[in-house]
Design a binder for this molecule. Structure first.
Ligand code: GTP
Ligand code: MG
Length: 195
């Protein structure tokens, strides 16, 4: 999909604020600082529509991006960031849970993992959680530009094994820096959101 029109509709903290338009939605989840906002920017070819940062914990609300009046990308706060206070972490968790478990428009979830490391315990929990709620998942192993080509097969194996990836879920190697994997992510998004 070539994206011309995209805008941030709302940064929501409560269900009453979610957009009422009814477009299909795809959420982006992953550890803090893994590269969710960077993936979003690369998908829509905007440098910094979704705010990125080298400091983890940048995204603190559910950010609904209206893409071409056809679907919403929902940027979700990252998990696993130690410096977020316990009470804030509980607040984020409740907000994310409410969204993932009850949003009718949610068609699927893109879960990002860092291609350089084995999936963390939090990554595994998140994947199991999504599967428990029968959500289609695209796993994106990002920052692949930091791994040599020769090691790409090992990354695929490591991520599939670490998450115990389901047969029906796909895995894409991705880099927000080079754009590698962008078309594959779009293919999944279009098929999953049926747009
Ligand atoms: P939170 O909003 O804090 O949860 O983080 P996030 O997951 O949205 O991460 P963000 O997109 O802000 O990226 C975090 C850092 O990783 C930034 O410094 C990015 O420039 C860097 N980064 C993201 N994706 C890539 C990538 O594919 N390759 C490289 N080399 N760096 C990346
Ligand atoms: Mg972010």
């Amino acid at each position: 999909m070539k994206v011309n029109q995209v805008s941030l509709t709302i940064s929501a903290v409560a269900e009453s604020q979610y957009p009422a338009t009814g477009y299909p939605e795809v959420a982006f989840v992953g550890r803090s600082n893994v590269g969710k906002s960077s993936l979003l920017n690369r998908l829509i070819d905007r440098k910094s529509l979704a705010r990125t940062s080298s400091v983890p914990g940048k995204t603190q609300t559910l950010n609904f991006y209206n893409v071409e009046e056809e679907l919403y990308f929902v940027d979700v706060p990252g998990y696993g960031y130690a410096k977020v206070s316990k009470s804030d972490r509980a607040k984020f968790a409740a907000m994310i849970e409410a969204y993932l478990t009850s949003r009718k428009q949610l068609r699927g979830v893109v879960q990002l993992v860092d291609a350089r490391h084995e999936p963390s315990a939090d990554d595994v929990s998140m994947y199991q959680y999504l599967k428990y709620f029968h959500l289609p998942v695209l796993v994106v192993a990002t920052k692949i530009d930091k791994t040599s080509r020769a090691k790409q097969n090992a990354v695929i194996k490591m991520v599939k094994k670490g998450l115990d990836l389901n047969q029906t879920d796909h895995l894409v190697l991705f880099s927000a820096t080079t754009g590698e994997g962008k078309d594959a992510v779009w293919q999944w998004l279009e098929a999953t959101a049926e747009i």
